[in-house]
Design a protein around this ligand. Structure first.
Ligand code: PMP
Length: 495
C-alpha cells in the first residue's frame, strides 16, 4: 500500500470537508500524483499497515481522519481488517493491478537466511505494541543498572574531532589496546592486539564463525539447552546441530566424544559461565576434561562468555581460553551484558589466521564497524568508572535475582522449581504441570508481562526463562504476580 496514497486520500477528505476547493484537482493531476505515490510500492499486497493511532501520530493528523481514510480504502476493497491481525493491503485487489510488480512475498520467503523464531517475533511485537509490559524476556541490563551517567560523562568530556575514515578491519586500535589489558586483568587471557577482532557484539562473532569457518552440511555440538537454538543463523548456514546435554555441572566430555564418533562434529559451542538460559557454570574438572577432549580430537571450542564479570561473589569463573595450552579456543566477549547492549561492541580472541579471515569477511559485508562506539568503549574500560560500575552491577543483579526468587516462592511454590543462579541474569524455571507454552505466553502478554518459553532454547519443554536484568526492581514482584495469575488461568482452563 503506497504511503502517499493514504496521504492523498486524507488530503482529499479534508478538502471535501472544507467545502469545494477553488481549483479542483483535475483527474490527470490526481492520476499523476497517484502514480508517483504508487510507484513507491512500500506496502505490497498482504503487507500489514500501521495502526490507526500510529499512523495518525506519524502524519500529525487527527485519529478520526485516519479512521475515515481506512474506512474508505476498506470500502474500495483496497485494504482489509481482521480483529487480532490488524489492517492489511488486500492481496486480491492490489495483486491484480500493477502488471510487473515483483512478488515480494516470494522473495522474502525465498532467501537462504531464515526468519527469527516465531516466539521471539511475537515477543518483540508485543514489546513494541505495549511499552508497559513488564519485561522478563530481553537479555539486557535495564537503564537503572547500566552505566548511563558514566558513559554520558565520557562522551561530554571527550571531543570526537578525529577524522572518521574507514578504520582497521580488525577494529579500532585503541580499543584493542584497552582490551589487551582488560583481558589480562579481568579474564587472565594473554592476548595481543593482533589476536583480537572487535565485533558489533557476540552475535556478530557467532555469525562470522558460522559463515566463515564452517560449511553447509558441517556438524556442530551445541549445549542443550542453549541460547544458540534461538538463533536460526546456525540453520541458515546449513549446519547440522547436535545436542550436548547440560546438567548441574555443565557439559560432559564423554558426550563430545560420542558426538564426534557418530557425526564427526567440527566445532563445539559453549557458554560455560552463568549460561543462557540455565544460569549454570561449567565445573572446574569438566573444564579441563572439555579442553582435553577438544585437543585429543583436534576440535575448536567457541567459548561465548558475556556474563562472567557479573559473578555475584566477585570471583568470575576462569575462562577456558586462559587455560588453553594449544589455541583450541575462540573466545567471545561483549559489552552488552556488563555495560550497554545498544553500544554494539564485542570482541573475539582467536588465532591470528582466524582473526584475519573473519576481519576480511566482515569488511566485505559492511566495511567495518562504526568508530564512535568503539572509542566510547575504550574510554570506559580505561576510566575510573569501570570497576565501581561492575561492583554496583553485581550487587544490583543479585538484588533483582533475590526479588524474583522471593516472589516466585511466595506466589508459585507449588508450581515451579529452579536452581539459583550465582551470576548473570537468567533464571531457568521448570513449570511442574505440563502446559501449552503458547497459551501461557499469550495469557501473560494479556496480563502485562512477558518472558521467553524454554522451548526456544532447545529440547526441554515445560520451562520458562526469566531474565531479570531488564525490569526495574520495583516491577519484579508485580511482574511475577501477573505471571502467576496467567499460569493459574491457563492451568484452570485446561482442566
Ligand atoms: N551469546 C549469549 C550467550 C547471549 O546471551 C547473548 C545475548 N542474549 C549473545 C551472545 C548476543 O549478545 P550481543 O550480540 O549483544 O553481544
Amino acid at each position: 500500500m503506497p504511503h502517499g496514497m493514504m496521504k492523498i486520500f486524507m488530503r482529499r477528505r479534508s478538502h471535501a470537508a472544507a467545502g469545494p476547493s477553488k481549483q479542483p484537482t483535475s483527474i490527470s493531476t490526481n492520476r499523476r500524483r497517484h502514480r508517483t505515490a504508487n510507484s513507491y510500492g512500500e506496502f505490497p499486497p498482504g503487507s500489514v499497515l500501521p495502526s490507526e493511532r500510529k499512523l495518525a501520530e506519524q502524519l500529525g493528523v487527527n485519529r478520526s481522519t485516519v479512521i475515515l481514510a481506512y474506512a474508505e480504502l476498506r470500502a474500495l476493497g483496497i485494504i482489509e481488517s481482521r480483529t487480532g491481525s490488524g489492517t492489511r493491503v488486500s492481496k486480491h485487489k492490489w495483486g491484480a493491478m500493477p502488471k510487473h510488480t515483483p512478488n515480494w512475498h516470494r522473495y522474502v520467503e525465498g532467501g537462504s537466511f531464515l526468519p527469527n523464531v516465531p516466539f521471539l517475533r511475537r515477543i518483540r511485537e508485543a514489546l513494541q505494541q505495549d511499552k508497559t509490559l513488564i519485561d522478563f524476556a530481553s537479555g539486557e541490563l535495564g537503564a537503572d543498572i547500566s552505566p548511563v551517567e558514566e558513559i554520558n560523562t565520557l562522551i561530554a568530556e571527550n571531543h570526537y574531532t578525529e577524522y572518521l575514515g574507514y578504520d582497521n578491519p580488525q577494529g579500532f586500535a585503541p580499543l584493542r589496546e584497552a582490551l589487551v589489558s582488560y583481558l589480562s586483568q579481568y579474564r587472565g587471557i594473554p592476548a595481543t592486539e593482533s589476536s583480537i577482532l572487535i565485533t558489533s557484539g557476540s552475535q556478530q562473532s557467532l555469525y562470522l564463525i558460522t559463515q566463515c569457518l564452517l560449511a553447509p552440511g558441517d556438524a556442530v555440538a551445541i549445549e542443550d539447552p542453549s541460547y544458540c537454538y534461538s538463533l536460526p543463523m546456525f540453520q541458515s548456514a546449513g549446519l547440522r546441530l547436535f545436542r550436548l546435554p547440560v546438567d548441574r555441572s555443565g557439559v560432559r566430555s564423554e558426550d563430545v566424544r560420542t558426538l564426534y564418533k557418530k557425526h564427526r562434529i567440527k566445532m563445539i559451542f559453549t557458554n560455560p559461565n552463568y549460561q543462557n538460559p540455565t544460569g549454570r557454570v561449567l565445573d572446574d574438572k569438566r573444564r579441563i576434561e572439555l579442553l582435553d577432549v577438544a585437543s585429543e580430537l583436534g576440535l575448536p571450542i567457541v567459548e561465548d562468555d558475556p556474563y562472567s564479570l557479573t559473578a555475584y561473589d566477585g570471583t568470575p569463573p576462569i575462562p577456558l581460553k586462559s587455560i588453553d595450552p594449544i589455541g583450541s579456543v575462540i573466545y567471545i566477549g561483549s559489552f552488552s551484558k556488563i555495560a550497554a547492549s545498544g553500544l554494539r561492541v564485542g570482541w573475539m580472541v582467536a588465532p591470528h589466521p582466524v582473526v584475519e579471515r573473519l576481519a576480511d569477511a566482515r569488511q566485505q559485508m559492511d566495511f567495518g564497524l562504526s568508530v564512535v562506539p568503539q572509542k566510547v568503549a575504550a574510554q570506559f574500560l580505561k576510566s575510573p568508572y569501570f570497576q565501581p560500575h561492575l561492583d554496583r552491577l553485581r550487587i544490583n543483579l543479585q538484588y533483582k535475582r533475590d526479588l524474583l526468587i522471593e516472589t516466585l516462592r511466595k506466589e508459585l511454590a507449588d508450581l515451579v522449581s529452579f536452581s539459583i543462579p550465582q551470576g548473570g541474569m537468567h533464571l531457568w524455571c521448570k513449570i511442574i504441570p505440563e502446559l501449552d507454552d503458547n497459551k501461557l505466553l499469550e495469557e501473560a502478554i494479556r496480563n502485562g508481562v512477558v518472558f521467553v518459553p524454554g522451548s526456544v532454547y532447545g529440547s526441554d519443554s515445560g520451562y520458562v526463562r526469566f531474565t531479570y536484568g531488564r525490569p526495574k526492581a520495583d516491577d519484579i514482584a508485580a511482574g511475577i504476580s501477573k505471571f502467576a495469575s496467567s499460569l493459574r488461568a491457563v492451568l484452570n482452563s485446561s482442566g
